[in-house]
Design a protein around this ligand. Sequence first.
Ligand code: ZN
Length: 187
Amino acid sequence: MAYPSVHIAVPAWVEEVVAGYDAPLLTTRDRMSFVITLSKLNLRYGGGPFAAAVFNLDSGGLVAPGVNQVVNANCSVLHAEVMALVTAQQVCQHYALPRMQLVSSTEPCLQCMGAVLWSGVAELVCGARGADAEAIGFDEGPKRADWVEQLGQRGIVVQQDVMREEAKSVLDEYARMGRAIYNGRTV
Ligand SMILES: [Zn+2]
């Protein structure tokens, strides 16, 4: 028997949004606003309330977007940060992403903190807090309290609370919809 292969792809609707998005993505706030828009749209397409995107710090350009695909793809590791990072690595044809910035609508969970670390990005920008995701039932994992410092010690600059309220409002909308809080233990 051949085991199924794993195909990781940013959904086609995200590409359409990117193509039609005419607001500039020059500032950190512009980028977060774009990512929050993706997180909101992901609810409409059956995904989780999370989005992220990788930007090139030198050119300012969008390298790769990502939206949570855990439920749609039956794959527990496909958090938005992982989607954006692995897609960016394929765009760049390299496993490391120096001089790049990952913008995420919510702080990374335990898994994604590792993914951020191994990706080699230079900056991480976060919207909602991990506590905001936990407030609606998501498990962020046993992350160290000093995770920001830990990333900092490894050369990754972390910015928190960028448009936190707007990002959090998407989490709250998801909770109101009564959709799955898809921790493996709570299905
Ligand atoms: Zn995660």
